[in-house]
Write a protein that binds this ligand. Structure first.
Ligand code: AP5
Ligand code: MG
Length: 189
C-alpha cells in the first residue's frame, strides 16, 4: 500500500490535489482539517475543543490529533493507498505516523511538498473565504495560520528529508500541470 503525505502551507492546494488523486488512483483520503470541521459541525467534545484552536490559527494539540488519526486510519484497511492531507503538521505527529504505519507493516512512501509563495497563499485563501464558510478564512487568521506553519510545521520537511522521502513540487501554475508533477512522484514510489 502506498502512503502519500501531501504537504504544504495553508492554501497550497492539498485539498484540491487530493481530489484529483482520489479520482485517478482511488486512494483513501484522510484530511485532519476535514475531520475536525465535521466534529465542529456535530458539536462533539473534540469539535468544541478544536474550534478555539482553529479560529486562532493555532494547531490542535498533538495528542488529540494522533488519537483521531489512529481511529480514522483503521477505516482504511483495504485501500490501495492513502493520502494524508494536512497531517503530519509537527515532528511529533510525523514520528507517531511512522509508528502507526510500522504496526501495519508499512511506511510513508513519499512526502510531496507543495511550494507556494506567501503572497499567493493569502490571495487564494481570501478568495476562497468569500464562499467557503470556513471561520479561519479571514485575513487575520490566515496570517496566523501561515505563522504557525512557518514555526511549527515547516520543520516536518527536514524530518522527511532525513528519511529520504522528500519530493518538492512548485505549487504555482495550473491545477492540471501541478497534478501531472504529483502523479510522477506517486508513480515513482
Ligand atoms: P486544514 O483544513 O488542513 O487547512 P490548511 O492546512 O490551512 O489548508 P487549507 O485546507 O486551507 O488549504 P489547502 O492546502 O487544502 O488548499 P486548497 O486545495 O483548499 O486545517 C485547518 C485547521 O485545522 C488548522 O489551522 C489547525 O488548526 C487544524 N488542524 C488540521 N490538521 C491538523 C493537524 N494535523 N494538527 C493540528 N491541527 C490541525 O486550495 C486553496 C484555494 O486555492 C482553493 O480555493 C483552491 O481552489 C485554490 N487553488 C488550489 N490550487 C490552485 C492553483 N494551482 N492555482 C490557483 N488556485 C488554486
Ligand atoms: Mg485543505
Amino acid at each position: 500500500m502506498k502512503y502519500i503525505v501531501l504537504f504544504g502551507p495553508p492554501g497550497s492546494g492539498k485539498g484540491t490535489q487530493s481530489e484529483n488523486i482520489i479520482e485517478k488512483y482511488g486512494y483513501g483520503h484522510i484530511s485532519t482539517g476535514d475531520v475536525l470541521r465535521a466534529e465542529m459541525q456535530n458539536n462533539t467534545e473534540l469539535g468544541k475543543t478544536a474550534k478555539d484552536f482553529i479560529e486562532k490559527g493555532q494547531l490542535v494539540p498533538d495528542s488529540l490529533i494522533i488519537d483521531m488519526l489512529a481511529k480514522t486510519l483503521d477505516g482504511f484497511k483495504t485501500a490501495k493507498g492513502i493520502i494524508f492531507d494536512g497531517f503530519p503538521r509537527t515532528t511529533a505527529q510525523a514520528v507517531a505516523l511512522k509508528e502507526m504505519l510500522k504496526a501495519r507493516g508499512g511506511d510513508v512512501s513519499v512526502m510531496i511538498n507543495l511550494i507556494v509563495s506567501e503572497k499567493e497563499l493569502v490571495e487564494r485563501l481570501l478568495n476562497r473565504g468569500k464562499t467557503s464558510g470556513r471561520s479561519d478564512d479571514n485575513l487575520e487568521t490566515i496570517q496566523k495560520r501561515i505563522d504557525t506553519y512557518n514555526n511549527q510545521t515547516a520543520p516536518v520537511i527536514d524530518y522527511y528529508k532525513g528519511e529520504g522521502k522528500l519530493a518538492n513540487i512548485e505549487g504555482i501554475g495550473t491545477i492540471a500541470a501541478i497534478f501531472e508533477k504529483i502523479c510522477e512522484k506517486i508513480e515513482a514510489v
